[in-house]
Design a protein around this ligand. Structure first.
Ligand SMILES: Nc1ncnc2c1ncn2[C@@H]1O[C@H](COP(=O)(O)OP(=O)(O)OP(=O)(O)O)[C@@H](O)[C@H]1O
Length: 250
């Protein structure tokens, strides 16, 4: 293999008490590729991303970011390696006490040392990309609808032009038109800007638009992986059930 993976989980295990969530997970994403991570509820998709963000520690295995194992880095170096990551959390995860623009610009102001005026301009530009009008910038998260909060969270994820993006259910709770715009935006980050993206989604329409590749997580490991185009003729029962929205045949 000549090209180094942007991100790789190598033999990663994670359990909570007696519950084994990840059990030797192997998964890699090449630079500039977009991966959709599918799986039934509670199978560990969010945990997989949190491990890569350093929000949780693996019990065993390694998580390599640009070839460097981030699981065992000292905190300061880990923070530096995470500077190039943008993340959209489920539900947006905005700070209620800050206006929307400060939420979006949080990292620019607090980590990148960007002045408040420029940070505000960049926040408003990012809001426009997710179809939020400039007047939204001065409102507070509690004054926005759920879908608008989600889009503000997305603006925050992309504002620093990160090279790696994580999206946890980017289109859940959005109307189909807004969801379509968000899918296109994610696709564009990858195609035009060369970002690498990992998205958790249950929305198969979204997966087909945003992802080059799809991986199905089940029982703590990847049980199927293929291109978005392979989804329709996949012969894995779980993938088939997912695509058709049918109960899983035992
Ligand atoms: N901090 C934690 N402490 C204890 N258990 C946890 C913790 N975080 C996650 N879990 C458990 O790990 C399992 C996987 O959770 P995770 O959120 O990764 O699932 P998921 O695949 O993202 O599900 P969903 O599609 O429903 O969001 C769940 O059973 C959850 O209860």
């Amino acid at each position: 293999m000549s090209v180094m993976n942007k991100l790789e989980w190598r033999g990663v295990s994670k359990q909570f008490g007696a519950q084994k969530v990840l059990d030797g997970l192997d998964l890699a994403v090449a630079p500039g590729r977009s991966l959709a991570l599918l799986g039934r509820s509670g199978q560990g998709k969010s945990v997989t991303i949190k491990l890569a963000l350093g929000l949780m520690q693996a019990d065993a295995g390694e998580v390599l970011l640009d070839g460097v194992d981030v699981t065992h880095l000292p905190a300061r170096e880990r923070r530096a390696s995470f500077a190039s990551i943008g993340m959209l959390f489920q539900g947006g995860a905005l700070f209620d006490s800050l206006p929307v623009w400060e939420n979006v610009a949080f990292r620019l102001i607090n980590a990148d040392g960007v002045g408040r005026r420029e940070a505000r301009e960049r926040a408003v530009e990012a809001l426009a990309l997710v179809k939020l009008a400039p007047d939204v910038a001065d409102r507070y998260p509690s004054e926005l609808s759920g879908g608008m909060q989600k889009r503000a969270g997305l603006a925050r994820a992309i504002v620093g032009s990160p090279s790696l993006l994580f999206f946890d259910e980017p289109t859940t709770g959005l109307d189909p038109i807004t969801a379509g715009a968000i899918n296109e935006l994610i696709r564009d980050r990858v195609t035009s800007l060369g970002c690498t993206a990992v998205s958790i989604t249950h929305d198969m329409v979204s997966a087909r638009v945003i992802a080059d590749e799809v991986a199905m997580l089940d029982g703590g490991r990847i049980v199927w992986r293929g291109s978005a185009g392979d989804l329709d003729h996949a012969d894995h029962p779980l993938v088939r059930a997912f695509i058709r929205g049918e109960p899983l045949e035992e």
